[in-house]
Design a protein around this ligand. Structure first.
Ligand code: UD1
Length: 427
C-alpha cells in the first residue's frame, strides 16, 4: 500500500478536468455482454475498478482493449458464465455481470461481491428483482448459482432504490419476454446513462430519469458507440477542493444538473459555484463559510459518495454543522483521521457533528475506503504542515490521475515511493 504525501496547499490556480464517470462506465462493461457486436465506449477513466471489471469480462471470454480512455469490447467469443472470485471479491460492481450472464446463458455462477467496506451491502434486491422475472438462485460457499429459462417481464417494486439492483434488473429486462416495470428505481445519473446506452443498442425503455422505468423486451441488441458522462462525484470533489484551498480554479467537464444537491448546500454555506462556459465552473468562497445540516439520500437527495468530501469542508465552516448518513451504515472511518488532524468532530449513531472552524494540522493518517481517502486529501489542502495518507491506493479506484491534476493546480503532493526516488536523486 502506498502513502500520499501532501505538503500543504497554496491557493489553487488553474484548470482541472473531470474524467468520465466511473460508476457510469462499470455497468456499460457488463451491458456489452448483451450483444455479440462491437461496443465502443469513450472517455472511460483509467482506474483500478475499470481494469478489474475489464479483467472479469476478459475471464468470461470477452475481447477487451482500453487505450487512450476508449474501451473496445467484443463479446461474441464469451463462452463462460462463471466469474472468478479473486476478481469479483475486489469490486462491488462485479455483481452487475449477473443479469447479463443470466440472459446470455440462462445460467450464471457469480461470487458475492467485494468493494469498499462502508456497510454490509447485501444483494437481496438484485436477486428479488431477477427472481420476479423467473430466475432461481442457490447460494453455495459465497457463490450465487443462478438459472432461468428466458426471463419474463414483470412488475418489480424495489423496497429501496438501489443503484446496482436497478442496473442489474434493467439490463436483464432488455432481452426478457414482454414488459418489465421497475418501480422505485434508482435515479442516479448513471442509471439514465445506462438507459441511453441500452437504447442506443436497440433496447426499448421509457420513463428514463424517473423512478418508474418501463422496459419492453426485444429479441436482440446491437453494438454501439457511446461517450460516458462526466463523473459528478469527482467534479464535486474538485469543487470542494477549490472551496477549501481558495484561489482561482476552473473545473472542466462538469454537468451541473447532476450536482444540484451539492451546489445548493454549498450555496447555503455561502459558496457559489458559477457556470462559465458550457461544462466549466468556477468557485467563489466567502471570508466566513457557514455550517450546514445535510442528510445523505438516494438521488435526487444528497449523494452518500460526497458525504466524506463535504465533511472535510465542514471543518472550515464557522459553527456547528451535521451530516447524517442514511445510505451506508459504516461510512464514518474518515472521521478518526480528521480528528487526528484537529477536527472537532464526533459520530453519534449515524450523525457526524462538526464544530468549526478547525485549524487542521498535517499528520500521518490512514485511508480506509475510496471516498474517505478523498476526504483526507481535501483536509490536507486545509492543513498546516505535511500530511501523510497511508493506504492511498483506495483513491486510485475512483480518481483518475488525482496527484497529477492537483499538482497542476499548484499543490505539492507525491507518492512515498516517489519521495524515496527524490531523496535518492538529492544524495
Ligand atoms: C452505487 C455506487 C456507489 C454509491 C451507491 C449509492 C457503483 C459501482 N457504486 O453502489 O458509489 O455510493 O450506489 O449511490 O455504482 N442495498 C440492499 N440490498 C441490495 C442492494 C443494496 O439493502 O440488494 C442497500 C445497500 O446496503 C445500501 C443501499 O442499499 O445501504 C444503497 O446501495 P446501492 O444503491 O445498491 O449502491 P451500490 O449499487 O452498491
Amino acid at each position: 500500500m502506498e502513502t500520499l504525501i501532501i505538503e500543504g496547499a497554496p491557493a489553487l490556480q488553474g484548470r482541472i478536468r473531470v474524467s468520465g464517470s466511473k460508476n457510469g462506465s462499470l455497468p456499460l462493461i457488463a451491458a456489452s455482454l448483451l450483444t455479440d457486436e462491437q461496443v465502443i465506449i469513450e472517455d472511460v477513466p483509467g482506474l483500478i475498478d475499470i481494469e478489474i471489471m475489464c479483467e472479469i469480462g476478459f475471464a468470461l471470454g470477452m475481447q477487451v482493449s482500453l487505450q487512450n480512455n476508449t474501451l473496445h469490447l467484443y463479446s461474441s467469443s464469451v463462452n463462460r458464465f462463471t466469474t472468478p472470485s479473486s476478481l469479483t471479491n475486489q469490486l462491488r460492481a462485479s455483481f452487475l455481470m449477473l443479469g447479463p450472464l443470466l440472459v446470455r446463458f440462462g445460467k450464471a455462477r457469480i461470487s458475492l461481491p467485494g468493494g469498499c467496506s462502508i456497510g454490509s451491502r447485501p444483494t437481496d434486491l438484485h436477486l428479488k428483482g431477477l427472481a420476479a422475472m423467473g430466475a432461481e438462485f442457490e447460494l453455495e460457499n459465497g457463490f450465487v448459482n443462478a438459472r432461468a429459462d428466458r426471463l419474463k417481464g414483470s412488475q418489480i417494486f424495489l423496497d429501496y432504490p438501489s443503484v446496482g439492483a436497478t442496473e442489474n434488473i434493467l439490463m436483464a429486462a432488455t432481452l426478457a419476454e414482454g414488459e418489465t416495470v421497475i418501480e422505485n428505481a434508482a435515479r442516479e445519473p448513471e442509471i439514465a446513462g445506462l438507459c441511453h446506452f441500452l437504447s442506443s443498442m436497440g433496447a426499448e425503455i421509457s420513463g428514463i430519469g424517473s423512478s418508474s422505468l418501463k422496459i419492453r423486451g426485444v429479441d436482440s441488441l446491437r453494438g454501439t458507440g457511446y461517450r460516458v458522462m462526466p463523473d459528478h462525484i469527482e467534479a464535486g470533489t474538485y469543487i470542494i477542493a477549490a472551496a477549501i484551498a481558495g484561489g482561482e480554479v476552473i473545473v472542466e467537464n462538469v454537468n451541473l444538473e447532476h450536482l444540484i444537491p451539492l451546489t445548493s448546500k454549498l450555496n447555503e454555506m455561502g459558496i457559489l459555484v458559477k457556470k462559465l462556459n458550457p461544462g466549466e465552473v468556477t468557485v467563489e468562497v466567502p471570508e466566513v463559510i457557514k455550517p450546514v445540516n445535510v442528510r445523505t439520500m438516494p438521488c435526487p437527495g444528497f449523494p452518500s459518495d460526497l458525504q466524506p468530501p463535504l465533511t472535510s469542508l465542514m471543518t472550515q465552516a464557522h459553527g456547528l454543522g451535521t451530516l447524517r448518513e442514511t445510505v451506508f451504515e459504516n461510512r464514518f472511518r474518515h472521521i478518526e483521521s480528521l480528528i487526528k488532524m484537529g477536527a472537532d468532530a464526533f459520530v453519534d449513531g449515524t450523525t457526524i457533528s462538526i464544530r468549526g472552524k478547525n485549524n487542521l494540522v498535517g499528520t500521518r493518517v490512514r485511508a480506509y475506503d475510496l471516498r474517505g481517502a478523498a476526504s483526507l486529501v481535501l483536509a490536507a489542502l486545509a492543513a498546516k504542515g505535511i500530511t501523510e495518507i497511508q493506504d492511498i491506493n483506495h483513491l486510485d479506484r475512483g480518481y483518475e490521475n488525482l496527484d497529477l491534476k492537483l499538482n497542476n493546480l499548484g499543490c505539492s503532493l507525491y507518492r512515498e515511493e516517489n519521495r524515496a526516488e527524490k531523496l535518492a536523486r538529492i544524495s
